[in-house]
Design a protein around this ligand. Sequence first.
Ligand code: PLP
Length: 367
Amino acid sequence: MVGCEAEIDLAAIGHNVSALRRLRAAEVMAVVKADGYGHGLVPVARAALAGGATWLGTAYLPEALALRAAGITAPVLCWLPRPGEDLAPAVRAGVDVSVSDRWVLDELLAAARRTGRAARVHLKVDTGCARAGATPARWPELVLAAGKSAGDELDVVGVWSHLANADQPGHPSTDRQVALFAEALEVAAAHGITPRLRHLANSAAALSVPAAAYDLVRPGIAIYGVNPLPGPSPVDLVPAMTLRAPVMLARQVAAGTPVSYGHEYVTTRETTLALVAAGYADGVPRAAGNRAEVLLAGRRRRISGRVCMDQFVLDVPDAPVLAGDPVVLFGPGTGGEPTLVELAEAVGTIPNELLTRLGPRVRRVYR
Ligand SMILES: *Cc1c(COP(=O)(O)O)cnc(C)c1O
């Protein structure tokens, strides 16, 4: 390990997908957006398919096309088509596209005519997250338009929605959203649309809301081994990423030595300061300074002073430290290191944000 390194346990991803597959009588769409939550788009996609996922999900179209370019032929849904984007490559590559609005339908129909292939769509209804999706008021109009065009140019594969509060078990909005989704399906059926796939559940819902499973669940964070629920997960999830960085320098300093920008940490005794090769450019949150713990020489140690762009400091009074020694920022927690959930809690964010903010200097190593 020369610099900051993320070790990815692909077997853990396979294990997590297979555990989710067994939990519900539903297919699994592994969500691999944002470079597989920082774990690497294509390796994660392959591991998830090997673990029993039958679908892959991405936010943006280029992410879906990158899967096709890598030779992955499994069904893929991308849910954030953007105005001005050429959707013909999606139709040509057999990538399913989410439709929340009439303009997407029109663009896809035009692309279907140009390519001579049917556009595959999942119609999205907003049941209460107020992000994408047709509002319930506009839903009948959207399904009517889709129903009229269904045939050689348009294949309505799915109807779907997204939950706002599945990570808060028992939140009343979840039941309301599940009920609204059922109504939206009835409206669709009344307009002749009975999709093969109905889907609603992210990781938290896949784990804790059986009524939201329908035909397919769309777990993201859980396939990377992170439990999004406040309580225990009903299945064993194994964290896939371990983040490490080496000590670059180990120096003896006197008591009373102020450390890093702002001098927000001062040594209280003669000690060794270890300089670690990872900073906020690598995804170590700046808020971790004087707050988060890491593992070095068999013990947890709080980061001393501010995290800088490329480095941070540890105060190690009790153990010999040498340049090259490994520091574990987070991992499965089985070797005494903090977990990603602990780090996220220490800095006031969620694991998803930390994973997707790992910088381009962090080398991904696959196991
Ligand atoms: C990101 C995303 C998911 C996965 O969410 P997790 O909470 O990570 O499981 C599922 N569906 C949609 C529409 C998403 O945007």
